[in-house]
Write a protein that binds this ligand. Structure first.
Ligand SMILES: Cc1cc2nc3c(=O)[nH]c(=O)nc-3n(C[C@H](O)[C@H](O)[C@H](O)COP(=O)(O)OP(=O)(O)OC[C@H]3O[C@@H](n4cnc5c(N)ncnc54)[C@H](O)[C@@H]3O)c2cc1C
Length: 405
């Protein structure tokens, strides 16, 4: 049994190892000069490969399809797979990492096992065409072709962070296999926002609650370290909200709550009390005891107040304007940070056209899919690597067991 796998990310490597362990002769075709470039950057170089909380609500896509896949290869099976490659784990706030806290450990473990099993890895081989010949599947890269293969597995990823390899080839390649590709859009990505203060806030980080609203209705909220950038907002809570913020047609805004532990009345009382105790202070001086310095001038301007005013000069309405912003400082979302900064792709090969028991194509015989190329994406927290490896294992297992037809 010969198997050709297009794409050497975690999904392709997991498929290659599983199929080779089952005795198949495997060739992995990778566009870049080495496999697993994206894997190396995951989790800030620490590789958050799974999560203790494996509730399927962390996935977006067709729920029945996702459930069927995890019935075949459960999250524990994925940990067992890594364990079988020699990787041990450590957990932080439920997030599972290699014990070394280095993504290179995960990639090395996969590369070593693939090498030990004799997987043929062809780097700098960008596949442009896929066709059937009498002997099986043939893949074409420029003037050269590789094949034939009895079985083909497509694991070319999506389009997020194209500098790391996956740059949307899923669209032409899946189409050659007569599959529908749902529109791709970036997620787990920073948000572009409209605000005159972003230039002066850029680089400022602080713990805050970020609330996503659309037309006044709250959609979701996340607490964590928010980062202001020249063009908008970033940081884990913003990345987590980005998928919903960027839903096509949605008018979204992010409200930053600087004092989430206080309600509006308590915020007002705090500022009023400071004005009473420190009437001689200018507004920046009065706020400097309670706020990150970088926020103070933008916040006073946003409240429509004058920087030279003293705390004692503020009337109740002005105190309300200032304290209101501590509770709710709103930034309209006007776009995303672009594919280069995105961690994940929403969209991909339509799940209706894939059999979730096997990851096999419902359109083409002897053809399988795995990983981010499929129209399923997960939350931040290890869910995307879990998906890539689980589907890779399933595709590799099915392809190596299938009768050739
Ligand atoms: C900065 C960053 C941090 C992340 N951190 C995490 C994290 O901590 N935890 C988590 O769960 N997820 C994380 N992700 C998401 C995760 O990395 C991906 O979901 C996962 O790598 C998808 O695996 P894949 O094998 O399907 O695709 P990819 O990893 O994208 O691999 C696809 C491979 O196919 C190759 N390829 C593409 N086109 C062709 C072609 N035509 N011919 C040959 N080869 C081709 C590419 O070069 C690439 O090597 C992160 C992503 C990024 C960008």
């Amino acid at each position: 049994m010969t198997i050709g796998i297009i794409g050497g990310g975690p999904a392709g490597l997991a498929a290659a190892i599983t199929a080779a362990q089952a005795g198949a002769s495997v060739t992995l075709l990778e566009k870049m000069n080495r496999v697993g470039r994206k894997l190396l950057t995951t989790g800030n170089g620490r590789c958050n490969l799974s999560n203790e909380d494996t509730d399927l609500a962390h996935y977006h896509g067709a729920p029945a399809f996702i459930q069927k896949v995890f019935e075949q290869v459960a999250p524990e099976d994925v940990l067992n797979f890594w364990d079988g490659l020699g990787l041990r784990f450590t957990t932080e706030n439920g997030r599972i990492y290699p014990m070394s806290l280095q993504a290179s450990s995960a990639l090395d473990a996969m590369r070593l096992e693939a090498e030990r099993l004799g997987v043929r890895i062809l780097c700098e081989t960008p596949v442009r065409t896929i066709r059937r010949s009498k002997g099986g599947w043939m893949t074409g890269s420029g003037d050269s072709s590789v094949g034939p293969f009895d079985q083909l597995i497509l694991t070319v990823g999506g389009k997020a962070s194209p500098q790391l390899g996956a740059d949307g080839d899923v669209i032409p390649l899946a189409k050659q296999l007569h599959h529908t590709v749902c529109p791709l859009r970036p997620a787990l990505v920073k948000l572009k926002c409209a605000s005159p203060y972003l230039k002066s806030l850029a680089g400022c980080r602080l713990d805050a609650l970020a609330v996503l609203r659309s037309n006044g209705t709250e959609i979701d909220e996340r607490f964590g370290e928010v980062l202001f950038t020249e063009e908008g907002l970033s940081g884990p809570p913003i990345l987590d909200l980005s998928r919903q913020a960027l839903e096509p047609g949605r008018e979204a805004e992010i409200t930053i709550v600087l004092f989430p532990e206080m309600n509006a009345g308590e915020c007002f009382a705090m500022i009023e009390e400071r004005c009473r105790r420190f009437p001689y202070m200018t507004l920046p001086e009065m706020l400097s005891g309670i706020l990150n310095k970088r926020l103070i001038v933008p916040l006073i301007k946003e409240a429509g107040l004058n920087l030279q005013m003293t705390a004692g000069e503020l009337n109740k309405r002005q105190i309300g304007a200032l304290s209101g912003l501590l509770r709710e400082w709103t930034f309209p979302v006007i776009g995303d940070g672009g594919w280069r900064d995105a961690q994940i792709t929403v969209g991909g090969i339509a799940t209706e056209e894939i059999d979730p028991q096997k990851m096999s194509s419902r359109k083409e015989k002897n053809c399988y899919f795995a990983g981010e190329a499929i129209d399923v994406d997960g939350d931040c927290g290890g869910y995307n690597l879990l998906w890539a490896v689980a589907t890779g294992i399933l595709a590799g297992r099915s392809a190596s067991q299938e009768h050739i037809g």
